[in-house]
Write a protein that binds this ligand. Structure first.
Ligand code: AMP
Ligand code: MN
Ligand code: MN
Ligand code: MN
Length: 278
């Protein structure tokens, strides 16, 4: 049975609706799926209302944006109580931060884009959480850049004008929200922050001492060396191991739904901890 614990829908920057994602998961014989939209549980909530039509076991989730030292770090919350006060408050706070951030990004990119950038980005997000991928699409539409990759490389990626992190809550606070909602806090895609070994060690140390429970040892199609390194950190810090595609849309080979290498067998996994048997 396949377990995919990191996926996105149209509630954030994914392209499939929650129902379409469940259908795709069912077709791929994914036995357990967590929907982990950026800073919102609304993708999960919508899926939960129709999940009895599919053979997939649906796990509640979200991917919270946070700040650690000077960088943006993502913390996935799994198996949270979606109706808890802690989650309602977290979602409200993150929504406010995302709106404010979108305004600031739009302001910073106003000179390079066609007029009405923020409005067009909001249309692309279509009621879901506005994210940098929506800005990337608008810049492509405006002919400013050729594609999304180029938009991140020039304007939106780490250290560029559209990379604004100051509004997010700090990592320890976000871990507390997840714990208060009865969930498992998972450090998302640790290899994607491009940290030196020493800085990555410091991040995982801080994550652990703030009460974090697990880390993604597998995030999409990654190489063997990365898996080996992350498995080592996972063991050394006595964390549970999680796995997920970080699926956003069909056709992206490096993060296709349910398709990634297996977790090293000696690790204790989050899904076993939750009673999901493969
Ligand atoms: P945000 O949540 O607004 O901070 O945007 C982060 C999202 O942008 C990630 O979850 C990815 O979906 C996407 N993203 C980040 N870096 C890149 C990149 N280099 N190329 C394409 N998409 C990216
Ligand atoms: Mn995303
Ligand atoms: Mn992420
Ligand atoms: Mn993600």
């Amino acid at each position: 049975m396949i377990v995919d614990f990191h996926t996105h829908t149209t509630a954030s920057d994914g392209r499939l609706t929650p129902t379409q994602l469940l259908r795709a998961a069912d077709e791929r014989q994914i036995g357990a799926l967590a929907i982990t939209d950026h800073d919102t549980l609304s993708g999960y909530r919508e899926a939960a209302s129709v999940s009895n039509r599919f053979r997939v076991r649906l796990i509640s989730g979200l991917e919270l944006s946070s700040r650690w030292q000077k960088i943006g770090v993502h913390i996935v919350g799994l198996n949270v109580r979606a109706d808890s006060v802690a989650m309602r408050q977290a979602e409200r706070r993150q929504l406010t931060a995302r709106r404010e951030r979108a305004e600031r990004i739009a302001h910073r990119l106003e000179n390079i884009a066609k007029p009405g950038l923020l409005g067009r980005v909001a249309l692309l997000a279509d009621g879901g959480q506005i994210g940098r991928p929506h800005f990337a699409r608008a810049l492509v539409d405006d002919g400013v850049v050729k594609n999304t990759q180029a938009a991140f490389a020039k304007y939106l990626g780490a250290g560029k004008a559209g990379d604004i992190r100051g509004l997010w809550a700090d990592m320890a606070t976000v871990i507390e929200w997840i714990s208060a909602a009865g969930g498992v806090a998972v450090l998302a895609h640790p290899a994607k922050y491009r940290l030196t070994r020493a800085r990555l060690t410091a991040l995982i140390e801080d994550f652990k001492s703030a009460g974090g429970h697990a880390m993604e040892v597998i995030s999409g199609a990654q190489d063997v060396a990365t898996t080996r390194q992350l498995a080592r950190f996972c063991e050394d810090f006595n964390l549970l191991a999680s796995q997920g595609s970080d699926f956003h849309q069909p056709g992206q080979r490096w993060c296709d739904l349910g398709r990634f290498p297996p977790l090293p067998a000696h690790l204790s996994s989050v899904h076993e901890y939750m009673g999901v048997r493969t």
